[in-house]
Design a binder for this molecule. Structure first.
Ligand code: ZN
Length: 137
């Protein structure tokens, strides 16, 4: 593992469980124990009913591309310059929640909306594992 020079997540108290999950290579989302609503990103209260009775469940890791944007050529000088070309995407998980991530193992030209994807885990530091998504082939 080489040193990672890109921004890392700011882990909040109510999001810690998510990051502990990714470290175990599990994609966790919240579920309201009162109304059943699936919740992501990590919240303190259910956005549907306002309950604070939120638990964690393991997501399937499968979903599809809802929207995406690719950086194909020039990029502002940053730690990401060496990654060009790359694609960031909004992934809609089977559970119905959405999250932003990057698409891997797929050239930007081949990314399409509604493309089926599944999670892969990228251990970027000893403490942080980022969920990324690759096409289901
Ligand atoms: Zn609820």
């Amino acid at each position: 593992m080489t040193s990672y020079n890109k921004p890392l997540p700011n882990i909040t108290a109510h999001g810690r469980e998510f990051w502990e999950g990714t470290k175990r290579h599990e994609l966790l989302i919240q579920e309201c124990k009162d109304c059943g609503t699936k919740v992501f990103y990590p919240k303190i209260f259910c956005p549907q009913c306002g309950s604070s009775n939120l638990g964690w469940i393991k997501a399937s890791g499968k979903g599809s591309v809802y929207s995406y944007s690719s950086s194909l050529g020039k990029n502002a000088p940053s730690a990401f310059l060496g990654d060009v070309p790359y694609t960031i995407a909004i992934i809609r998980l089977e559970e119905g929640v959405q999250l932003m991530s990057t698409i891997v193992e797929c050239s930007p030209e081949d990314v399409k909306c509604d493309m089926d994807v599944e999670v892969v885990f990228d251990d970027v530091t000893e403490e942080i594992t980022l969920p990324r998504f690759k096409p289901v082939r």
